[in-house]
Design a protein around this ligand. Structure first.
Ligand code: GDP
Length: 301
């Protein structure tokens, strides 16, 4: 993770340390911290929150450099943990001995299929029985791609032959297969073409309705995959998915390719959703459960 956040950290921490310097944190330094946060794509709302909290503290006591950084870390961690306040769970795992259905949504190219491959590998390695539904039936290449990922970890992919079949039908078949095989984790890939937003959202709503019918006997998660390199722009796309897919969490990908790792904070602040996993590379192992502690340490040390 430290390596993944290298680009963000190099810009951020060195400048921060230079800014804070030797003396107690002063108003000029706070202003520069604000600029740094905005540059790392933390976003206006989350930056305002961080700066206000920092200023309140400074009115009460002088903060020497080490204490200032420690306090800043604390603010960032609190912000990232906010969505967990009522329902804290530090580790996000499928619940064993029951069916978990994880629906992955997001715009084309953000890394959905790759993430499904990584998640399948991760859960298979942890001993969960896993199955993949190839719900992006719009692109033949997407079905092939997800099959390749399935093969890498020996996980079966449920797909309908032929193009333009109904993705909801694929999901329906996949749920039946998951039930009869006592699958613990069913990962559902979906389409992400935004050219025809309404069709896509109708399609996702239909898939979601089929999945919801399992709600009494399955654990359902709807995870938005966001590309960190898109920063604030990626976040705007998120709103579109929130309603149709009833999002419950976020997976942030491509943190290795950006100096905008701070977008994680904007995601939490603006969407009010927990980040569940982060992707920092193209390999099958390059996915980690999200931990605010680890993230902030990687960002600020
Ligand atoms: P999808 O259209 O959302 O299914 O996106 P894909 O899974 O096909 O990924 C699009 C591209 O992003 C591929 O070239 C992936 O290798 C790449 N990718 C996905 N996740 C990551 C990541 O965490 N880091 C990097 N550097 N590349 C990634």
């Amino acid at each position: 993770l430290r390596q993944g956040l290298d680009k963000t950290r190099r810009g951020f921490v060195n400048q921060l340390k230079a800014l804070i310097g030797q003396g107690p944190l002063n108003a000029d330094a706070v202003e520069s911290i604000e600029t740094l946060l905005l540059q790392a794509d933390v976003g206006i709302e989350a930056t305002d929150y961080v700066i206000e909290t920092l200023q309140t503290k400074l009115r009460q006591e002088a903060l020497p450099p080490e204490a200032a950084i420690a306090y800043l870390k604390q603010i960032l961690r609190d912000l990232l943990d906010k969505p967990f306040e009522s329902n804290y769970s530090s580790e996000f795992l499928p619940e064993s001995n029951q069916l978990n259905i994880w629906l992955l949504v997001g715009v084309n190219g953000v890394g959905k299929t790759t993430t499904i491959g990584k998640l399948a590998h991760m859960s298979q390695s942890s001993g969960y029985k896993c199955l993949i539904a190839a719900g992006d039936t719009f692109r033949a290449a997407a079905v092939e791609q997800v099959k390749v990922w399935g093969q890498r970890s020996g996980i079966e992919v449920i797909a309908n032959p032929g193009q333009n079949t109904d993705p909801a039908a694929v999901v329906f078949d996949a749920i039946s297969a998951a039930r009869s095989r006592e699958t613990e984790l069913l990962l559902v890939d979906t389409a992400g073409r935004l050219q025809n937003k309404k069709n896509l959202m109708d399609e996702l709503s239909k898939i979601r309705r089929i999945i919801d019918k399992q709600a009494s006997t399955a654990q359902i998660e709807s995870l938005l995959v966001l590309d960190a390199t898109l920063g604030q722009n990626g976040l705007r796309q998120a709103q579109v998915f929130a309603e149709a897919a009833k999002l419950s969490g976020v997976i942030l990908t491509k943190l290795d390719g950006t100096a905008k790792g701070g977008v994680a904070l904007a995601v939490v602040q603006q969407l009010g959703l927990p980040i569940r996993f982060i992707g920092a590379g193209e390999g099958i192992e390059d996915l980690r459960p999200f931990s605010s502690y680890e993230f902030v340490e990687a960002l600020l040390s």
